[in-house]
Design a protein. Structure first.
Length: 120
């Protein structure tokens, strides 16, 4: 019983930790994806799932995109479609590209440091 409880507690702890890591890097991943290609919201959700395995709800992604717009890291525009409703596309700004470079440099340094720690 004690071992089962301990395993359950470890699983809960690790699941919470994973969730926090995911939330912490979501903006970074979105900026990386938008730096590769302009995307509309649903397409971005698909690309996130395809490249990371993360399933992100619309209720999470759109406020995050709005926050990135408020920070002037991305911008958006509407594109009329031949059939169906117009789509709102998101793209990087020059400021966003510069911030992304800083984030990538930090991530690289952090990754190197963590790999060094885990090899000890």
């Amino acid at each position: 019983m004690y071992i089962a409880l301990l395993c359950f507690m470890e699983t809960v702890f690790v699941d919470k930790w994973k969730s926090q890591v995911k939330k912490g890097v979501l903006e970074f991943i979105i900026l990386i994806l938008l730096n590769q290609k302009e995307l509309y919201g649903y397409e971005l959700l698909d690309k996130l799932k395809e490249t990371t395995g993360y399933e992100v709800a619309e209720g999470t992604i759109y406020p995050l995109l709005n926050r990135l717009k408020d920070e002037k890291l991305i911008t958006s525009y509407w594109m009329e479609m031949e059939s169906g409703v117009p789509r709102k596309y998101y793209k990087m700004t020059p400021e966003g590209i510069d911030i992304l470079r800083h984030m990538q440099a930090y991530w690289s340094e952090l990754n190197t440091n963590i790999l060094t720690l885990t090899k000890q």
